[in-house]
Ligand binder design. Sequence first.
Ligand SMILES: [Zn+2]
Length: 471
Amino acid sequence: MRDYSFGNFLQELRLRTGLTQYQLGILVGVSDKAVSKWENGSSKPKSDILYKLGEVLGVSTDELLSCKYHSCENEDIKGVFAIKKQLWNKALEIMHNRYGEIVPIEILNRFLSEQTEMQNTDMIVYFDFLSVLVSEAKKCGEHIRVKGGVGSSFVAYLLGATEVNPLKPHYYCPDCKTVIFDDSVKSGWDLPYRRCLCTKPMISGGHGIPFEIYRNDVQNNISLTVSVSPEFFSSAKKCAEKYFKEYKTKVEDRDERISIITVTSQWSERRITFFTDDELARYKALEQVTATSFDRLDFNTEDILREFQNGNTDGVTEFKWTFAKNMLDKTTPSSFNDLIQIVGLSHGTGVWHNNADKMIEQGLSVGKTIAYRDDVFNYIQKKMISKGLTDTGFAYKVMEDTRRGIYAKNGVPNDIKMQLKSIGAEDWFLDSMGKIKYLFQKAHGVTYVRSAAILMWYKFYYPTEFNEIML
Ligand SMILES: [Zn+2]
């Protein structure tokens, strides 16, 4: 009788890594036919190959032979596959709790579009680590700031690794789970108050951040960067060491303010860099003296936006510098999305001076400018969809070449120009793209504007306390 259970287990492991029979064969030094025979149960690998298989597939030889993850049977989870599967299911469950039993197709589609990267890498484990770190920090009344593109992942958002929701702007009802997408704005923070048909107030969010922005980073073992307050610095390091205790970790303290933890597993070598940021300690102080929590206040109101429009930004992170104040003055922001654009414009290279600033003078609104990698991608993708084209490969290529400054260095090649024109890209877009040397990630910009808007809330409602702590 054929032994299928080993074959089925092997196939399950192989599919999860996204390898073909041929690729797996190459990695362990056999033909695809041999792999096929193992999977259909007509033969079994020799013991030296079993060991190699375990290495490639991330399980122990023991697990392979018993056709089970040991980790699933006891509490002590070891197999990275089992952890990844658990985390994926956890994210799925959170998605259903938030968006309903039958999740709108746009949301499900976005979730599944991240599946390949989550299966082929161990990134989801790091998202889980970040969410553990976030809750550790909350317990101590501390704030942390996760930098980079983490908020470009919907899975990261669902797991609680970031507060940035990358879906397109939308409302959802916490009660009856109705979801309404609204593309009249670019940031969910700009959506007006709305009641659900069931009478409950709806919650709005979403920043239209494509996962493609982050795909490359995830595949290339991106490192994580996290800012913490000086007080939370050592707890954060301990949290990382504890979380990754099953892996090999190396802690390097660069000085009292920077520490790098390198985590090596059979899957990757990733670095987590902790920086201290004094400002984060002041957030805690603000919450304490005013007895109001960051998480509970409505910062996306007209009153708060007006303060930004008036340039009343002393002490408000990202907007307190003269450079940013001048930008506020020149751009006349009319929405929270405009504020997000300003942060992107100020963090890029070759993006503002002699680029967006001139275009704004000529009448382009700040909301339309290229301020982020995301803007390049979304612009091209939208044009392509309007032409009935759906492939995102071209948008991805142009976005990557733009953000790396390749066009600024060598000029936009004629074929790219013609291809862009054929989908209806406007001249200003081509001009702007051709000058860019570096572009920021929107997910990172959104976390800054969230902090800035919250600080503005305190400045508006508790000016004395704010001035004492932040100025
Ligand atoms: Zn409802």
